[in-house]
Write a protein that binds this ligand. Structure first.
Ligand code: TYM
Length: 335
């Protein structure tokens, strides 16, 4: 069993990334390793380039995202933690797989359509080709499981299609088909300002997302001002049909406290948001505060964070090299 997943260094980690992906990554470090498997997590800096980012922001964000993952519980002595750029096999396999993936497959990717918007002609080729590099990221290590939020599921299905076509075309079971693992508790955390939009780093409203570096006061204020409705809370999630913002806040509370949403509602049924929001804010501060404190300490020594990435990359390069060579030979390269 090998777990592989990545995150872009496009800004600070937010509650959606944390509850949808990183919290699972930390849990898997224990579960998978207890079963003799391996966990590999990386900063997807090459994917971060697909939308404009200044060189200074790229460099700072890569270090800060690495430190945030460590502060959130990823242990670089137990998981392989690195950035894509340092393991050039990602780019090399990405190019090889470009010749397996079909244009029609990429045309169906909803993330590209959302991000490119109306200006498709002006989108980078990297943004279009993004899912092929992502396929390379996981196929390179024969990943068996890939823990991600729901928004990445389509990309992983494409990775499976690419692996299947390669195996068929070259008549070899070379690639393992990776299984997406979507967090049951928080597959899709929504914006605090709009229950129909996902919480995202690219949302221009600061109040729409809780970042792991936000101060306790800021976290409390964001939840206090979160959009809700005047109704009281029902006894079960079924009673929240059509109340997207309310659903989202209950989901966040449940995911933060490792409880079932119906269990949370049993506690708050009949109460309004005036009573619920302060409790949610306290819970978020209690969970995120210690992560922020560890992060602040780690950022005192940015050089050490860079060295951690290099040590992780050395291990990743050793794992990647034989598979890349096998793919190249299979394709008639490396004669
Ligand atoms: P990125 O950086 O956008 O997000 C990192 C992880 O956070 C999840 N996520 C969410 N989950 C729940 N609710 C939300 N509002 C929310 N927002 C983000 C994402 O699903 C993701 O799991 N393409 C990936 C990075 C990547 C990758 C890979 C992942 C590159 N190569 C290979 C897995 C395997 C991405 O954009 O993540």
């Amino acid at each position: 069993m090998r777990v592989v997943s990545g995150i872009k260094p496009t800004g600070n980690l937010h509650l959606g990334n944390y509850l949808g992906a990183v919290k699972q990554w930390v849990a898997m470090q224990d579960d998978i390793q207890a079963k003799g498997g391996e966990t590999m997590y990386f900063i997807a800096d090459l994917h971060g380039l697909t939308e404009w980012i200044t060189p200074a922001a790229m460099a700072a964000n890569t270090i800060e995202m690495t430190a945030t993952l460590i502060a959130a519980g990823i242990d670089p002595d137990r998981s392989i933690l690195f950035n894509q750029t340092r393991v050039s096999a990602h780019s090399e396999l990405g190019w090889l797989l470009n010749n397996v993936a079909r244009v029609g497959w990429l045309n169906r990717m909803t993330q590209f359509k959302d991000k490119a918007g109306k200006n498709r002609e002006g989108a980078s080729v990297g943004l279009y080709d993004y899912p092929v590099l992502m396929a390379a990221d996981v196929l390179l290590y024969n990943a068996t499981h890939v823990p991600v939020g729901e928004d990445q599921k389509q990309h992983l299905e494409l990775a499976r299609d690419i692996a299947t076509k390669f195996n068929n075309d070259y008549e070899r079971e070379l690639f393992t088909l990776p299984e997406p693992l979507i967090s049951g508790a928080a597959p899709r955390i929504m914006s605090l300002r709009d229950g129909s939009a996902k919480m995202s780093k690219s949302n221009p409203s600061e109040m729409s997302l809780v970042k792991l570096i936000d101060s306790d006061e800021m976290i409390a204020e964001k939840f206090r001002k979160a959009k809700t409705d005047p109704d009281v809370l029902p006894e079960t999630m079924e009673g929240l049909e059509g109340r997207a913002e309310a659903r989202n806040l209950i989901t966040i509370y449940a995911a933060l406290s490792d409880r079932a949403p119906d269990d949370v509602l049993a506690q708050f049924a009949g109460k309004g948001f005036g009573a619920f929001k302060p409790e949610l804010a306290d819970l978020a501060v209690a969970t995120l505060g210690p992560i922020r404190e560890r992060l602040t300490r780690l950022l005192d020594d940015r050089g050490e964070v860079g060295r951690i990435l290099e040590r992780g990359a050395e291990k990743a390069r050793d794992l990647a090299a034989p598979l890349l060579l096998d793919v190249q030979r299979t394709m008639g390269l490396q004669i």
